[in-house]
Design a protein around this ligand. Structure first.
Ligand code: KIV
Length: 263
């Protein structure tokens, strides 16, 4: 089986081929996801909530992300793996280099960092040192204490303009991929069209290049799941078919529909 690289995601964007991504935290599920045809997996700091049962992601450590990245890589040797830099793991450049190196050595293809244009220098420095960076804007769960909860972002013109401007600056700094979380569909469409890098949406409507879903949401085992997620297991009754259905619905533009988007 061919290994999946960043260049494949750029080809998807160029050819208007929508792609499905999912969070993964362990060997068994990453193996199943890869077997069903998911090529992009995120070892997210959401593991603080989905695996550890915490109420937010703030206590997750770099060693925990590294451990889960190694598990996911073992099950999906050819997949494109995004690994999250947890809260405060990129507070200084030295810390950022060392933590990013830990994730790449654990099997990640790219590291993901939450934040805005203030990250430009960090992204430039990492890219120069051969570490590709995926940005993450919109709802940034590591900022929960500033945002006062998990809320849709970019609803008013001023914040929407800032999201557009910062995404362009981040791309100029070298960002190679962007996760756009919980923003209105029309804003996600503008950002996706303005950037030449692939944009992966979660709660960002159907116009982004790719879609991401938290695996526990897709499999219906999250209490009070966000409105934009969908339980694919309930329709299919088994894990393999649930993941195949998720892929099919993303590739054919069926998920997310208006009911699962913010208009
Ligand atoms: O940690 C995570 O899983 C994430 C996604 C929800 C975007 O950052």
């Amino acid at each position: 089986m061919k290994s999946f690289f960043l260049s494949d995601l750029f080809s998807f964007k160029k050819n208007n081929h929508k792609f499905a991504a999912i969070t993964a935290y362990d060997y068994s599920f990453s193996k199943l996801f890869s077997k069903q045809g998911i090529n992009v997996m995120l070892v997210g700091d959401s593991l603080g909530m989905t695996i550890q049962g915490k109420s937010n992601t703030l206590s997750v450590t770099i060693n925990q992300i590294a451990y889960h990245t190694r598990c996911v890589r073992k099950g999906a040797p050819n997949s494109f793996i995004i690994a999250d830099m947890p809260f405060m793991s990129f507070s200084t450049l030295e810390k950022t280099y060392s933590n990013a190196a830990t994730l790449i050595k654990s099997g990640a293809n790219i590291i993901k960092i939450e934040g805005y244009a203030w990250l430009c220098e960090t992204i430039r420095m990492l890219t120069e040192r051969s570490v590709p960076v995926c940005g993450h804007i919109g709802l940034t769960p590591q900022a929960i204490n500033l945002l006062s909860g998990y809320k849709i972002q970019g609803r008013d013109q001023k914040t929407a303009d800032k999201l557009i401007k910062d995404s362009i600056e981040l791309e100029k700094a070298g960002m190679k991929l962007l996760v756009l979380e919980c923003v209105p569909s029309h804003l996600a469409k503008i950002i996706t069209k303005k950037l030449s890098i692939p944009v992966i949406g979660i709660g960002a409507g159907s116009e982004t290049d790719g879609q991401l879903i938290v695996m526990q949401d897709a499999l219906g085992i999250t209490n009070n799941p966000p409105k934009f997620t969908k339980n694919f297991l309930i329709q299919t009754g088994n894990l393999n078919d649930a993941i195949s259905l998720y892929i099919q619905e993303v590739e054919n533009g069926i998920y997310p529909d208006q009911k699962h988007s913010f208009i």
